[in-house]
Design a protein around this ligand. Structure first.
Ligand code: ZN
Length: 316
């Protein structure tokens, strides 16, 4: 009996030390970053794919979500460390007391207002239904700006929230006459011949903000070196995404299910370089949120934006 328990003890020691050596192998710090499979999150895909080039001792684990609500829930409760997310949703969480910081933009431009073929101008949308992904989104602000172009308000149209992949087919079916959404779903409506572009985001709102790379502030405060590596890698990944060299399509297609034609068009509309979040652009967004009554107290630039990491990145 005594002999048996000695062998048992030895096995336990062996097993424990084996596990211990595994831990040494995977000692890298891992940051869990959430995303939705959209073209807007591309710098994350490139960062993950080229992590060994961009990061040393830090791993990035991309966590895919099916909706912004699920992603924000994970971010707010600390199940993920950060995310590429609609900036308005992160601002609202900050307003409610979740300590989040925007450390970079997700992308620039890349939100088109897609309309049915018979719509020639925004005034043709009177009485029609227009889809957006979320009330608290840049797409909603773009809709607001678009209606202004035709001296119209929300009272002139019917606004519905819809998940992005549903939008091109809803346009084809005639359920909606227009939609504004993250890429590649705008481009898909065009390449599937179901709609056309009425406005690009830059026509309605120059230097518009949309997605941001957001981190929980405790990660920045307690693990600054790791956060720095993430942001440095992210900026470099954005530059690689912007170059569109041969392997770029493979990276996109690994994370998005989209055909090459739609992806091509989508990438023409969007850019990933110069991802620093500037105060003058942020203040335009704050003003819009207040004007539209989408937020009573959006966080100030100083409270919400942390450029201390991106400002350390040296761009070659
Ligand atoms: Zn976006």
């Amino acid at each position: 009996m005594k002999k048996l328990s000695t062998i048992g003890l030895m096995l336990i020691i062996l097993f424990t030390s084996a596990c211990g050596s595994n831990e040494v192998v995977s000692e890298k710090e891992t940051l869990k970053i959430g995303y939705l499979p959209i073209t807007h999150a591309a710098p994350l895909y490139f960062e993950k794919e080229f992590a060994s080039t961009y990061m040393d001792g830090v791993e990035i684990e991309l966590v895919k979500f099916g909706s912004w609500i699920d992603l924000m829930d994970a971010l707010n409760t600390g199940r993920i460390d950060g995310a590429s997310v609609l900036i308005e949703l992160a601002m609202k969480a900050k307003e409610k007391g979740v300590d989040l910081k925007a450390v970079a933009l997700g992308h620039k431009d890349g939100n088109a207002a897609i309309v049915a073929p018979e719509i020639e101008s925004v005034t043709d949308l009177k009485g029609e239904t227009v889809a957006i992904p979320h009330t608290l989104s840049s797409q909603n602000i773009l809709l607001h700006d678009m209606l202004k172009e035709g001296d119209m308000t929300y009272n002139d149209i019917n606004v519905v929230e819809m998940t992005p992949p549903e939008m091109p087919s809803a346009l084809a079916a005639g359920t909606i006459s227009s939609y504004i959404v993250a890429e590649p779903f705008g481009a898909l409506g065009v390449t599937l011949n179901q709609g056309k572009v009425l406005y690009q985001s830059e026509d309605l709102w120059p230097n518009s903000l949309c997605c941001a790379l957001v981190l929980r502030n405790d990660v920045i405060k307690h693990n600054r070196e790791v956060a720095q590596q993430l942001v440095t890698g992210y900026v470099k990944a954005g530059e690689k995404a912007e170059k569109l060299d041969e392997d770029a399509y493979d990276v996109h297609k690994k994370y998005l299910s989209v055909d090459e034609q739609a992806l091509d068009l989508s990438l023409e509309w969007i850019s990933y370089d110069d991802l620093r979040l500037e105060k003058e652009d942020y203040d335009v967004l704050r003003e819009s949120l207040l004007e539209m009554g989408l937020s009573e107290g959006p966080p100030s630039y100083e409270a919400f934006v942390d450029n201390s990491l991106i400002d350390q990145v040296k761009v070659e």
